[in-house]
Ligand binder design. Sequence first.
Ligand code: SF4
Length: 348
Amino acid sequence: MDMPVRSLSGFSADELIPLLSPLPPYKCREVFKWISRGVRGFEDMTSLGKQEREDLTRRFVLRSTGRGKELADPDGTVKLQIRLHDAVSTEAVLLTDKEGRSTACISTQAGCPVGCVFCKTGSLGFRRNLEAGEMVEQFLHIREAGTRWGREVTHLVIMGMGEPLLNLGELRRAVGIITDPRGLGLSKRRITVSTSGIAGGIRELADLGPPLRLAFSLTSAREELRNALVPSGRTNPLPRIKEALGYYQEKTGRRITLEAVLLGGINTGAEEAAAFRAFARGLDAVVNLIPWNPVEGLGFRGRALREPAPAETEAFARLLEQGGLKVTRRFRRGRGVSGACGQLGSLD
Ligand code: SF4
């Protein structure tokens, strides 16, 4: 008999009811709960009868993914390779900040079709969209890594490999499972989704939810430069993205984060800062500056990319602050394991 590859971890509590029939509904909800606790086999679901456990074991698998390589940075970052059922792999990261808060960062795609010039994942091309269960399982794998390293995951960011809003249907399903109070029960307020700027996806998220914290990777507010750095910009012009962000804000009442990956000598000048400020005008936004994390072999317009000098980052931040923007600087985490922003995709 063929092994089913679609794991139960990708089904909501309600979907499990017809799927697990003839198991009674209250026991299906118990299965959902057991999955969220991270059990690895039906035999561990001790509230079910022996016959029920054996029947489920014959019919289903709990997870379709496996843990691959695991790398830990002395700064507390842990990077995990997640092996998918079809020999493709993706990556997830556990980040711990100075306050000791631990955040899981998961991927929505294997590879990425957007192809940002400063991103390792973008340079690898696109393999495929991930299914909801594969996202939920990344969260479970990362939570287990947290346990191994003595940390409790309290937040989630959806910004690993891939463009989340190009896989919004499966992402929505995954978030539904991760936030269900009958299972993992993570608050939506603790989940951030980061997009390279898919205007239609931002509107769809505003209309259909879930109402997550939204981060938009602006990187440059000068259209021509942005389109060269973030190719999805060519079909998502900045005015359309800004309109969509305004719509999102109107619908959700949520403050938006504008992110910028700072590339030394490319998008850190006064003209850039002025365009950035103009873009932010009218939005309730905070700015998060991310000094580029080096990836070997990446270049732009014939020159190797370089990370900005700390003074360059500071000067850019001050120009934004002088324009009245609230600016945070992303502290550098995970570079020792290539687990920082823009560095995923090195574990294959
Ligand atoms: S930065 Fe994000 S959207 Fe751009 S190529 Fe990398 S993974 Fe894709």
